[in-house]
Design a protein around this ligand. Structure first.
Ligand code: 5CA
Ligand code: ZN
Length: 424
């Protein structure tokens, strides 16, 4: 699938001190030093389900992984980045039905709006942007292999649910009891898992499952739902998690460095996509699982299903500078949940003004002592678990000093672009 366009990241003129990027890995609960393999770091980030517009919570997630890439690039690594788009799934089908539009048209429209939002926020585009629908042939093969290996099983379609021609009368589930690594991504207890499984797309009540938590791999085509050729599986469509297992395997290979997304994906989505990939390959899925804390509004998680949204596109249409939106996101550490407020946006606008005034005073191609120490501070903060608030504080100090008459270096303005993705 085509992706959005990216402004190339300029290299900074001064070499980095050699600090490797460390990020918090949900699976081990520890900071992981990520140095890639043979000079390349590999990243997979779970993309949108395109049934509504991008809100600032999604934007926080994509800006966080954008920061990680910028830190890797600055450390001299190449980055290979894959993002999926869940262009067929329950919430998309339900919204299309509610609004009386074709699900394909809804997905198309929201994907285009997402691209415009990402470009405005200067988020680096993935090397491969892959739709769930595109990945179906790989999913079919994967599920066939799991069945053949005795890792998956069939559950009869409930009576009264009409299936389409060429569908088999069974859905397919992964047998989690065959998977010793199940549970190692989230580290959650069964009670914790059971508490959220149903509300996050699982079907614990489905009769005939061996374990209520077993994830759906293939759903036999039902009347009124989209369906694809499943070969020996019969017509149908894949379950949600398998798309990320197979897309990452095809485009990055496993294990890759970082599987990313919001904390709402820790369980079941990242747990299941990892265990499914391991069932297929015998290898770990990712070396680290990195999660953006939830952004809320008025005391609740911001979510398309709840409708309590601040949309990036709305802010843009209201004339808000996308760089101010980006600065709101960067002012929060990715591991701390927070709530969007107009006050935060005003602070970000003030900060942007201050930085822009300082950048305007900077001589071209100049490197000062203050400039160098500021960039060193920014780099050290970002390498230390993407401490963007720390990096912003370093730039604030620089800008305040410049405003007070210190000679200004354009090095910092360049680092603000290269490392923080903010154009002054
Ligand atoms: N398509 C699936 C992933 S395969 C999905 O979760 N789509 S989504 O549209 O619901 O979310 C897109 C990304 O934004 C995910 O990484 C999700 O974890 C993240 N996200 C969703 N809501 C928030 C929020 N309120 N704050 C921060 N990140 C969020
Ligand atoms: Zn995913």
């Amino acid at each position: 699938m085509k992706t959005w366009s990216t402004t190339p990241v300029p290299r900074l003129p001064i070499e980095q001190g050699g600090e490797a990027v460390r990020v918090h890995d949900t699976a081990s609960g520890e900071l992981r030093e990520l140095t890639g393999r043979e000079g390349t770091a590999r990243l997979y980030v779970c993309g949108i389900t395109p049934y509504d517009a991008t809100h600032v919570g999604h934007a926080a997630t994509y800006v966080t992984f954008d920061l990680l890439q910028r830190a890797w690039l600055d450390a001299g690594l190449a980055v290979e980045y894959v993002q999926n788009v869940t262009d067929v799934d329950e919430p998309l089908l339900e919204r299309a039905e509610r609004d009386g539009v074709a699900w394909q048209d809804l997905a198309q429209r929201e994907i285009e709006l997402f691209f415009t939002d990402m470009e405005a926020l200067r988020v680096l585009a993935p090397d491969h942007y892959v739709g769930a629908v595109e990945g179906i042939p790989d999913d079919v093969q994967a599920v066939q292999r799991m069945l053949a290996a005795g890792l998956a099983y069939e559950v009869p379609v409930p009576e009264g649910q009409a299936t389409v021609a060429d569908a088999r009368q069974v859905d397919v589930y992964l047998d989690l009891s065959t998977q010793p690594t199940f549970g190692t991504v989230s580290g959650w207890s069964r009670e914790e898992m059971s508490a959220v499984f149903a509300e996050r797309g699982g079907d614990p009540e489905r009769a005939g499952k061996r374990d209520p938590l077993d994830p759906l791999l293939w759903r036999a085509g039902r009347e009124g739902e989209p369906h694809w050729d499943g070969g020996t599986l019969g017509r149908g469509r894949p379950g949600w998690h398998i798309e990320c297992s197979t897309i990452a395997q095809r485009h990055l290979g496993t294990p890759f460095d970082v599987q990313g997304g919001g904390t709402d994906l820790i369980f079941p989505h990242h747990e299941m996509s990892a265990v499914q990939a391991t069932a297929l390959s015998g290898e770990p899925f990712a070396r680290a699982y990195v999660h953006q804390a939830m952004v809320g509004l008025d005391g609740e998680k911001m979510s398309k299903s709840k409708g309590n949204l601040v949309l990036v596109s709305q802010l843009r249409h209201a004339g808000v500078d996308p760089m101010a939106i980006r600065l709101v996101l960067l002012a929060q550490h990715y591991r701390t949940g927070w709530e969007w407020t107009d006050g935060l946006l005003r602070e970000a606008q003030d900060r942007l003004d201050l930085w822009q005034r300082a950048a305007d005073m900077a001589a071209h191609e100049s490197v000062t002592e203050l400039g160098e120490s500021t960039v060193a501070r920014m780099r050290a903060c970002l390498a230390d678990d993407l401490d963007s608030p720390g990096a912003l504080a370093a730039v604030d100090t620089w800008a305040t000093n410049v405003a007070a008459g210190e000679p200004a270096s354009d090095l910092v303005a360049r680092a603000v672009d290269t490392l923080l993705g903010v154009q002054l």
